[in-house]
Design a binder for this molecule. Structure first.
Ligand code: 4UV
Length: 534
């Protein structure tokens, strides 16, 4: 049974350069409106300045950095008011943006760099050492520049009328690569997701054509989430600018600065992840800023499951504003489900309806047969926003699509009710979501197993006390003379902070496996007794 969007098909399939799609936005706010404001300093770039900067930076990328079609720019930075300019200038010249998680250490970044082979790396000033070490590890010959240098170049270009300008080069957006974000998909190590110009631009259209409250009103967006992850990338780099709303940028997460900034900049729309919604629900600081209720109108939660009770609690503390859920994956560019144009009948325990031109099936993973309304099945989707595949990884690409190549298998289990609203009820893939960040168990297991005193290991996600995030937990079989604490501190030095075993490390005699040798993750995840942590 194929489920379809209540909004029908997408009216406009943007098949050209995505940077041109942005310029052609039908929204016509004043060009003097701030496009981005830096929350800590108040620095502004207007829509007009940004448009000029994109054309001039595109030319500079060609002339000074020799960027050509299909070259890759690896971005290893915090959110800035110029991130959008860098993305659009790169896409304008048909080069590809590969954004990396700013929390990565050198070996994690080296993995991404060795897959995408960047021609240019732009790294945050305090991350240049990590970027250079990663490039050495990956044995790549590339140019590394700092964000402050790039930002100074952009500021200079805005005020240099003699600078050459390059408009977005026309291309076939259905095949031209735009992004390589990294996702572990259903299993294994993080892989480069090929997002085409059509994928990302159509996903903006798919949201705009639902005309949800988020888009209908002229909001001020708060960009708290990293623009290096598909959720922040889509919401702030793309949707906010297509809608021509002002976007207030937070280089890193600081809850009090967020609360202050909601009042200072009159932020009305926030796209968040469940642990931040929980702060709004429970943190005492919220009471210190009663005016946030005046400004905040719309909050979205996505990237991980959240309970209705947490949503309701946060909503009531914020003057009963709308908190809705969105759902998506890096591989789906990302939004496949959202709320409606007036949110009538919307149930906040669901992720809403399919977006235009996105179709779904629910398939019983055991029998391979489709299920109907109110039955659990793995969510399969298709539409213009589904990735072209994993970069240089045909096997993983093949495994993640149905045998006929038509349907993308999300690895999530969903239920749909008669109104067409989907609820995400389980995850059958290995992936752990820790505070909205992806953690790939296979990656952590491989690191643990490289310790000479670890003979077997499995990593699963466990829920934290508040139930708003998962934490990685290891089960390890150790040699008799191993000291578990030493193993753990050795491991912690090898991974970025969000991948540490915050859910503990449990020493066991054996890892439960299927006859074919697959780790029985569900058995470990469902273990009820509290294990003895190291
Ligand atoms: O690949 P990824 O890290 O991608 C994301 C994207 C989340 C977005 C993006 C845009 C939105 O507008 C939005 O509302 C949400 O997280 O991880 C994909 C996996 O995260 C889980 C699910 O297991 C996906 O396969 N996930 C994402 N959203 C939800 C979720 C949700 N609302 N409820 C439950 N799980």
């Amino acid at each position: 049974m194929i489920f379809t969007s209540p909004w029908g098909p997408l009216k406009n399939w943007p098949k050209r350069n995505g940077a041109q799609y942005m310029v052609d936005s039908p929204f016509r706010e004043s060009l003097d409106r701030p496009a981005f404001i830096d929350a800590p300093t108040g620095e502004v770039i207007t829509i007009r300045e940004q448009r000029t900067a994109i054309r001039r930076l595109a030319a500079r990328f060609q002339d000074e950095y020799d960027l050509k079609k299909d070259d890759v720019v690896l971005l290893f930075g915090f959110n800035t008011i110029h991130t959008h300019t860098i993305h659009m200038a790169t896409l304008s010249v048909l080069a590809v943006v590969s954004p990396a998680n700013i929390m990565y250490n050198a070996s994690e970044l080296a993995h991404q760099a060795s897959v995408v082979q960047p021609k240019l790396v732009i790294a945050a000033d305090n991350k240049l050492d990590i970027a250079r070490e990663a490039i050495r590890h990956a044995k790549i010959d590339t140019t590394v520049v700092s964000y402050s240098q790039m930002q100074n170049e952009i500021r200079h270009l805005i005020h240099n009328p003699s600078a050459r300008e390059q408009a977005p080069i026309d291309c076939d957006g259905t095949t031209q690569h735009a992004y390589y974000c990294f996702s572990s998909g259903t299993s294994g190590l993080p892989k480069g997701v090929i997002t085409t110009h059509l994928n990302i631009a159509s996903n903006i259209g798919q949201q705009v054509e639902t005309n949800s409250g988020m888009i209908r009103e002229l909001h001020v967006f708060g960009a708290v989430l990293p623009m290096s992850h598909i959720y922040g990338l889509n919401s702030f780099v793309w949707l906010s600018q297509y809608r021509q709303v002002t976007c207030v940028v937070f280089p890193s997460f600081d809850f009090e600065m967020l609360l202050q900034s909601i009042v200072k900049y009159r932020i009305s729309m926030l796209a968040l992840v469940p642990p931040i919604i929980l702060l709004f629900a429970k943190h005492p600081l919220v009471a210190k800023y009663p005016d946030i209720k005046k400004y905040l109108k719309f909050v979205k939660s996505g990237a991980a499951p959240i309970s209705s009770s947490t949503i309701d609690l946060a909503s009531s503390r914020l003057g009963n504003l709308d908190i809705t859920q969105g759902y998506g994956l890096t591989e789906t560019s990302p939004v496949t489900h959202t709320t409606g144009w007036d949110e009538k009948g919307y149930d906040n325990s669901t992720v809403g309806w399919l977006v235009p031109s996105c179709e779904a099936r629910l398939v019983d993973p055991d029998t391979g047969k489709d299920v109907g309304y109110n039955e659990r099945g793995e969510l399969w989707v298709r539409g213009p926003n589904i990735m072209a595949g994993y970069l240089k990884d045909e096997k993983s690409t093949k495994n993640t699509f149905s045998d006929d190549g038509e349907w993308f298998k999300t690895g999530d289990v969903a239920v749909v009710d008669k109104s067409g609203q989907f609820q995400i009820v389980d995850r059958i893939k290995e992936l752990i979501k820790s505070k909205g960040h992806q953690v790939a168990p296979a990656e952590l297991e491989a690191i643990l197993l490289s310790h000479p005193k670890v003979s077997d290991a499995a990593v699963v996600g466990v829920r934290d006390e508040d139930g708003v995030t998962e934490l990685p937990r290891a089960y390890a079989v150790l040699h008799a003379d191993a000291n578990p604490r030493d193993v753990l501190s050795w491991f912690n030095k090898k991974v970025s902070k969000h991948k540490r075993f915050w859910g503990g490390m449990v020493v066991v005699d054996a890892i439960p496996k299927s006859p074919s040798g697959k780790i029985l993750r569900r058995f470990l995840r469902d273990k009820k007794e509290e294990p003895k942590n190291v």
